[in-house]
Design a protein around this ligand. Structure first.
Ligand SMILES: [Zn+2]
Ligand SMILES: [Zn+2]
Length: 271
């Protein structure tokens, strides 16, 4: 069994701390053989800071790490592009600028009226219920937009805003109320041929897997097969977090393979 962690941040991401050596040492310790370094390129900041320089240095760190760890690990060069449609041309250029193995597509920001910050920074405690409802619908609209108009490989952390709405701010919104929107998104994921990420960063907390098991079950029932596992680790210790439980969950729904990507082509691993 070859386990691939397809979503990892190094200290080239503004919100992560571990060097690539620490990440590789941790992967070896945990028996993870394939790992994708997918540092942030949040295009929302592209006019305020040189977001591309972090990505360039992430890529050179990967090239260097391959020299040192290449016999033990398959280190994939990736990028997590946040909100690509805010600057579609820039996002396309960044994805093509370096020889990436994998591109993660993420929605991190939902712009609605005067609410324009990434949702991880939004105070949901004060949002009135009607606005919150519109906000959630806008989130699903953004996902559909990204699926329609951006070229990527992994569809990241579906339902992530709920980690803040419910997890951090305890709003107790029933995600199942949005099942129709979720079904529509899942069908678009399948149609586009990208992989659905099971993001394990919330494992062991009230957040759990993103998306929840019932959503994975629906994905499979619609014919979805491509799944990647991503710890979304921001510290080396969290690489592969919750993967054993995630694999058991996938197997419960008849998924016996997970995917990685090399040179943007899918690779299958039996679990
Ligand atoms: Zn993300
Ligand atoms: Zn991430």
């Amino acid at each position: 069994m070859l386990i691939a962690d397809m979503h990892i941040h190094s200290n080239n991401s503004h919100d992560a701390v571990s060097s690539l050596s620490e990440i590789c040492d941790s992967a070896i310790k945990k028996g993870i053989k394939v790992l994708a370094i997918t540092d942030h390129l949040d295009v929302v900041y592209c006019e305020r800071s040189d977001v591309f320089s972090c990505i360039r240095s992430s890529y050179s760190d990967v090239v260097r790490a391959r020299e040192k760890y290449g016999n033990e690990l398959d280190i994939l060069a990736g990028i997590e592009i946040g909100d690509p449609l805010m600057y579609p041309e820039f996002s396309k250029e960044c994805a093509n600028a370096l020889d990436y193995d994998v591109i993660i597509g993420s929605v991190h920001t939902v712009c609605l009226d005067d609410c324009t910050d990434p949702y991880s920074m939004v105070d949901f405690s004060r949002m009135d219920a009607e606005f919150l409802h519109r906000f959630i619908h806008k989130y699903f609209d953004e996902l559909c937009g990204m699926l329609a108009d951006y070229d990527f490989d992994i569809f990241a952390h579906l339902t992530c805003p709920f980690r803040y709405i419910n997890g951090k701010y305890g709003r107790d919104v029933d995600i199942r109320k949005y099942a129709d929107r979720i079904d529509d998104v899942l069908r678009r994921v399948i149609e586009k041929g990208v992989a659905l990420e099971v993001n394990t960063s919330g494992y062991g907390t009230s957040v759990g897997f993103m998306p929840d098991e019932w959503i994975v079950e629906r994905y499979v029932s619609f014919g979805g097969k491509k799944v990647t596992l991503g710890s979304d680790a921001h510290i080396a210790d969290n690489i592969g977090k919750g993967f054993d439980a995630a694999i058991q969950m996938l197997k419960r729904h008849g998924i016996d393979y997970i995917y990685s990507f090399k040179k943007r082509k899918p690779v299958i691993h039996e679990i």
